[in-house]
Each structure stands twice: as structure tokens, then as C-alpha cells.
Unconditional design. Structure first.
Lengths: 435, 283
């Protein structure tokens, strides 16, 4: 899809206009209100997202999802005006922390939300815990440790988006069921990559399959030719996690060097089968499998309404960040309603938040006791529908919690952390070794 | 046979590196400034190429229009901005750093933040058979075009009057000026040609490296490495440096995958410690 200059221009202008009207609207509403004394102070929500730099598309997706829900309820809940204060963290943890301090101490926001990069989420996590500010992670920030018992766990944090390992576990189930027992893995060389392929290795080994080759291209790889040529052709399938532009660069070489015609590709997290890339890959992308907790092709009234509104605003199909942020916004509003608008009572607000259950564009939603969302995982396959290339859901796993398909006890019984398994994912004995 | 493919991969990436580095090397050779906008020429070239392909469907047109537009940008930059600090290299380099950010933001504004890959020309989207393994003809095209560009540049530098003036300017700008050579015009010309080569790299490299926010920095870094290995100011250095880096990077990733992040920089460090001026550079 070619986005014209005018569209981009219109989009960024409207973003600023909406932001400023929202900021202005709250004081105006106060003045014009007849019952001046009874008007509750606005509910201030600090939104921390990347709106410049590499992560911009994800940040804009999340902001659009958030706005769709709040606009739907006229930016008002339990008698309080909702006031969004949006800050650009530029994809940098240090900037994010400065912005979080400004939002909490300067603007006096009651809630922080957003967080695309895990590094950013981790940087703000400590601060939010110290200030006892509810932190609603509602975009890509998927670090497992944020919602599992351990030194980083934060009782004031809830997450409406996926954690790192569950899509991997779903991918393992699907790959094994296809009869593919030996897979070649290609994963970006960083913490998120080890988490993802570690989660896959653990689930896959337990089922009885094995990884026969590990490759870890750096995030800065330009030419994926060497890695694709190096794939062992005796594997049954190729499993990847290559975020950002890496997915697109890899896919092009994978297709160009003719490997795609010979081996099935499972793209964990849908980094290759990312909607804006599908139009670029065209017919070459057809047949790629991916796992994610969302696809715009989900046939439910909630999702169809969401996609329509999203396309009208952003002129493109939503990725997972849109519905994740929508769920974040709805959960904030519903929890605020449940406590009669008194979000300042943090404990009660968070208890109400974790008790929520509702239907969303990405399927039915609930939360576990750690504040991590329980949602669905979709196995998707790239298909041509009409003139468009889309991710058709071909299998759904429901009620997937963060330890799925394990229990918390089993999850904690394994000896090695995923990052320590780098280089020995091919050794199932080590992968499954208990403490 | 897999080694033939690995070697071809390395050579084609090396040729691409040559295209990216040649302009940087030319500009430094004559003007002694490190043009930090070089990666932006690649980025803007690739983006303009993608727009041309999307509207006309022609890769050839993209290959013609994008480099010309970017060459004009380069000429304007030199004529109206760098000229303000004539022969003052440090402010000029800083100015190119400013342009890097301006081009990055303008590109984000016009083309959005999603990374793109340029589609390959239909004629070269197939593979040929090499010992039972498919090999994309596009990479062979890249090698051919890169060698052709190298040949043209060599001819231009060694066999034309402007080339002779250019060599004189590189050797001793002051004496060249005293001999009546219009060095100032040469500066603009070289800047335009440097930008043109980078944009050509942008269109040709678009189907392999792609373009997106941050690609400008990546490409600039690659070009620097090649130029340091080959020697600043030498076209021959850019070609040999590109091939050396391309091949070492490719085989480094195969044999020492755990050092993949450094396979590009290790040869640079080694060569710098033995030949600080690079393979073909002059002290």
C-alpha cells in the first residue's frame, strides 16, 4: 500500500489537533458546567508511546486503538472527563523514564499506559512501583518477567497485551500437529529472541519434537542471504522470530533463494506476516504460517466494528497493538466505573481491573492474579481474499494464560531460563531439565 | 555447490557495498569532508524508487528517476549550503549531519514509518539452477550493474578531461586552482555524482536491504567500513574494499555465527592496525 504524503500529513495533524482539543476540553467543561462544585476532577491518563523513530508504526497503532475506545464513550467515565496526555518516548528507555516522571509529578496523572518496547516498559516499571501508580501495559512490551513472580514483578502493573512466550507455545503445538518434528530456528540475537525461541523449544521438546539448527542473526543484519542459504534442508519446517524490518528482509531472501517453495515457514508473533508487509510480499507471501493473539480477519461483531473504525481513521488494517490498546482503554474505563470513578484508590481499582471479563476485538478477555491478560492465540495463514493478502485464522487456542500450556508450578520447575538456553536449544534434555 | 552460492552471495553484497561507498569516497577524496548525509541519499533514493515503481510499474524508470532527483538534491546541498563554509571542512561535516536528520524526518513524514522492500523487476525475479540449488538472477544482475558502474567511473576518472581535473583536484586542490581549473564547479559535480551513486544503490539494494527509518544510519556505517578498508578517496579502494567486506562478512556469518555482529568490523580493525590508510589509500 502506498501511503500518500497527504494522508500522512492529515494523520499527524489530526493527531495533534485531537490531543490539544482533549487537553483544552477538560478545563472548558469545568467552567461551563452548571454544577461546578459537583463536577469531579478529570481522570488523567498518561500515555507513553513511541511516536518518532523505529517503533513509530506500533506507537501510532496503539494510540489509534486507545482513542477509538475512549471516543466511543465520549471520553467520560463515572462522571469524570478522561484527559489523555500523550508523550513520545522515541523508543528510548531513558526518555520514557523522564516522560513518566513528568506525567506523574508534573501533570499528576492517575494512570500510566502504552509501552511498545520491552526495554521502555522495564525502565518505567521500577518507577511506577515506587510511586504506586497503576501501569497498564497495553502494547507490544512483552517481557515475561513483568508479570511472573520474581524481582521485577510489580503489583501495580497489569498487561492487556501478550507476554513473550505464549505465542511460541501455540506455535509449537501447531507445528507438532502438522507432523513436522525437526525444525530449523532463526531468531534475532537479543533477549526477546531468546525468550521466544526458548518458549518454543520448551513446548516443542515436551511434545516430542526437536530444534535441529539454531541461527541468531544480529538485529542489524542487512543481507539475509547467508542465513537463508545456510538453512539445513533436512528440517521439516523453518521457525522464525525476526522483529521489525528484519522479518521483511528475511522473507525476501527466503522467497528469492527458493527455500519458501520447499519448506513451510512458521513466523512466531507475525513479524513477517505483518499486515503492511503482506501487500509488499504479494503472491509470494501466500502460505506463510504465523501465530499471534490477533488478526483483523476474526469474524466477530466486536472485531468487525473495530476494524471498520480503525481503517476509517488510520487508512490501513490494524496490527495487534490496536486491539491491545483498545482492551487497555476499555479495561481502564470499566475498572474506573466499578470503583465509582475513584481510581485514586489504587488497590481497589487494580482489584476491579483484574476481575474484569469482557468480549473484545481479539476475543474474550480475562486476567490472572498477576495482572496478565488471558486471551486467545490464533494460528494464521496468509491467503488471498479478493485483491488483498490477509492473515486468515485457521486454528484458535482459547483461554491462553501466560504459563499455557503449563501450570505456574511446572513453568517454575524448569532449571534453565530461556536466555541461558541460547546455543543449546537443540538439546532437548537440557531444555527440559528440572531444578 | 552450496559454496558457489555462498560466494555469489558475498560478491553480490560486496558489489552493493561498493555502490554505497563509491560516492562517499569520491566526495572525501576531493573535498576532504565526511558526508554524513550519504546514507540519506540511499534512503531517499530507495523511497523515490518505490514511489516510481508503484505509480509506473517500471524498475528501469525508478533506476533513472531516483538517482537524478537525488543528484539534484546533492547539488543543491553543495551549492547553497556547504558553499557557505567554503574549504572549511568541520562546519561542512556538521552541516551534513544536520541534513541527515532533516532527510530522516522528511522521509518519515512523506513515506511513513513502515519498512519497505522494493519489488524486483519482473525479468529478474526468477532463479537459475546452480548445481541443483536455485539462485536468484536479481543478484547476478546486481553484480553485472555494479561492475558496469565501476567501469564507467574508471573511464570517467582516467579517460576524460573532467576526470583529469578531478584527479588534479584530489592531488592538490590549490595548485589545480592556480592552473585555472574551476575547482568550485568540480565540488558541485562530485557532490551530485556521489549522491547519484548512493541513490542508485538505494534502488538496486532496495530489494535486498530495503528502506525504513534507521536505514540511513545503517548504510552510512556500512559505507564507512568499506571506505576505511579500501582507503579514503580511492574508487579502486571502494570496489576492492566492498568485495573484501562482503565476502568476509558472508563467510564470517557461516563459520563464526556467534560473532555475526562483528564480522564486518573485524576486517576493518585488522586492516587499520596494519595499514592505517586502508588498502589503497594515500597518507
Amino acid at each position: 500500500m502506498v501511503i500518500s504524503a497527504a494522508t500522512i500529513l492529515g494523520r499527524s495533524i489530526s493527531r495533534r489537533v485531537v490531543a490539544s482539543t482533549l487537553v483544552c476540553a477538560a478545563p472548558l467543561a469545568l467552567v461551563s458546567s452548571v454544577s461546578l462544585a459537583q463536577q469531579a476532577p478529570p481522570l488523567k491518563i498518561g500515555v507513553i508511546l513511541p511516536l518518532s523513530g523505529n517503533f513509530t508504526p506500533a506507537g501510532e497503532d496503539a494510540l489509534t486503538g486507545l482513542r477509538i475506545y475512549f471516543d466511543q464513550i465520549n471520553n467520560e467515565v463515572a462522571g469524570r472527563k478522561i484527559q489523555l496526555i500523550v508523550e513520545d518516548e522515541q523508543g528510548r528507555p531513558d526518555v520514557a523514564l523522564t516522560k513518566a516522571r513528568k506525567l506523574v509529578e508534573g501533570d499528576k496523572v492517575q494512570i500510566l499506559t502504552g509501552f511498545v518496547s520491552s526495554a521502555v516498559a522495564l525502565a518505567v516499571n521500577d518507577y511506577a512501583r515506587e510511586k504506586k501508580i497503576p501501569m497498564v501495559v497495553s502494547a507490544d512490551g512483552g517481557a515475561n518477567e513483568l508479570t511472573t513472580p520474581g524481582p521485577l514483578s510489580n503489583p501495580y502493573l497489569v498487561r492487556t497485551s501478550q507476554n513473550g512466550r505464549t505465542p511460541s507455545a501455540a506455535a509449537a503445538e501447531f507445528v507438532f500437529k502438522q507432523g513436522w518434528r525437526k525444525v530449523a530456528a532463526i531468531t534475532s540475537d537479543y533477549a526477546g529472541g531468546f525468550d521466544t525461541i526458548g518458549g518454543f523449544a520448551q513446548a516443542f521438546c515436551k511434545l516430542g519434537g526437536s530444534i535441529t539448527q539454531e541461527q541468531y542473526p544480529p538485529l542489524t543484519t542487512n543481507d539475509y542471504g547467508p542465513y537463508v542459504t545456510n538453512i539445513k534442508r533436512d528440517a521439516d519446517a523453518v521457525v522464525t522470530f525476526l522483529p521489525g524490518a528484519n522479518g521483511l528482509k528475511f522473507a525476501n531472501q527466503f522467497i528469492e533463494l527458493g527455500v519458501k517453495d520447499k519448506m513451510p515457514l512458521m513466523d512466531i508473533f507475525g513479524q513477517i506476516a505483518y499486515e503492511p508487509y503482506l501487500t509488499q510480499l504479494g503472491a509470494n507471501g501466500v502460505g506463510i504460517y504465523s501465530v499471534l493473539h490477533y488478526t483483523p480477519m476474526i469474524k466477530t461483531p466486536e472485531n468487525e466494528r473495530f476494524v471498520k473504525e480503525y481503517v476509517a481513521r488510520a487508512k490501513r488494517l490494524p496490527s495487534d497493538n490496536g486491539p491491545d490498546a483498545w482492551v487497555g482503554a476499555k479495561a481502564i474505563a470499566e475498572a474506573a466505573k466499578a470503583v465509582g470513578g475513584k481510581v485514586e484508590d489504587t488497590e481497589k481499582f487494580l482489584a476491579a481491573f483484574k476481575a474484569l471479563k469482557f468480549d473484545s476485538p481479539k476475543g474474550p478477555i480475562a486476567f490472572d492474579k498477576f495482572g496478565q491478560v488471558i486471551h486467545s492465540m490464533y494460528i494464521r495463514k496468509v491467503e488471498k481474499v479478493g485483491n488483498d493478502y490477509v492473515n486468515t485464522p485457521i486454528q484458535t487456542f482459547n483461554n491462553v494464560d501466560q504459563f499455557w500450556p503449563f501450570s505456574l508450578e511446572e513453568f517454575e520447575s524448569y532449571k534453565y531460563r530461556y536466555v541461558d538456553l541460547k546455543g543449546s536449544m537443540t538439546d532437548c534434555k537440557k531444555v527440559l531439565e528440572k531444578k | 555447490m552450496i559454496w558457489v552460492i555462498h560466494t555469489l552471495n558475498g560478491i553480490s553484497f560486496g558489489i552493493l557495498l561498493f555502490l554505497l561507498a563509491a560516492g562517499l569516497s569520491l566526495i572525501y577524496g576531493l573535498m576532504k569532508i565526511l558526508n554524513l548525509t550519504h546514507g540519506s541519499y540511499y534512503l531517499v533514493g530507495a523511497y523515490i524508487g518505490s514511489t516510481v515503481i508503484a505509480t509506473t510499474g517500471s524498475f528501469i524508470l525508478a533506476l533513472i528517476i531516483a538517482p537524478i532527483v537525488v543528484a539534484a538534491l546533492g547539488a543543491v546541498m553543495e551549492r547553497f549550503f556547504l558553499r557557505q563554509f567554503h574549504l572549511d571542512e568541520l562546519p561542512q561535516t556538521l552541516l551534513t549531519f544536520g541534513f541527515l536528520f532533516i532527510f530522516a524526518d522528511l522521509s518519515l513524514w512523506i513515506w511513513g514509518g513502515d519498512p519497505i522492500m522494493l519489488p524486483k523487476p519482473a525479468l529478474f525475479s526468477r532463479s537459475i539452477d546452480i548445481g541443483g540449488l536455485g539462485y536468484p538472477t536479481y543478484r547476478l544482475l546486481l553484480i553485472g550493474v555494479g561492475l558496469l558502474v565501476a567501469l564507467i567511473l574508471w573511464w570517467f576518472q582516467e579517460r576524460t578531461r573532467v576526470g583529469a581535473m578531478l584527479r588534479a583536484g584530489v592531488d592538490d586542490a590549490e595548485i589545480a586552482r592556480a592552473m585555472g581549473i574551476d575547482v568550485s564547479l568540480l565540488f558541485t559535480l562530485v557532490f551530485a555524482v556521489g549522491a547519484l551513486l548512493a541513490a542508485l544503490g538505494g534502488v538496486l539494494g532496495g530489494p535486498i536491504i530495503g528502506a525504513g527509518p534507521g536505514t540511513d544510519f545503517d548504510v552510512m556505517l556500512l559505507a564507512f567500513v568499506v571506505v576505511i578498508v579500501g582507503g579514503l578517496g580511492s574508487l579502486r579502494g571502494a570496489l576492492v574494499g566492498g568485495l573484501v567486506v562482503g565476502l568476509l562478512d558472508n563467510f564470517g556469518k557461516i563459520f563464526f555465527p556467534e560473532f555475526a555482529l562483528f564480522t564486518i568490523f573485524v576486517p576493518m580493525a585488522v586492516i587499520l592496525s596494519f595499514r592505517p590508510t586502508g588498502l589503497f589509500g594515500r597518507a
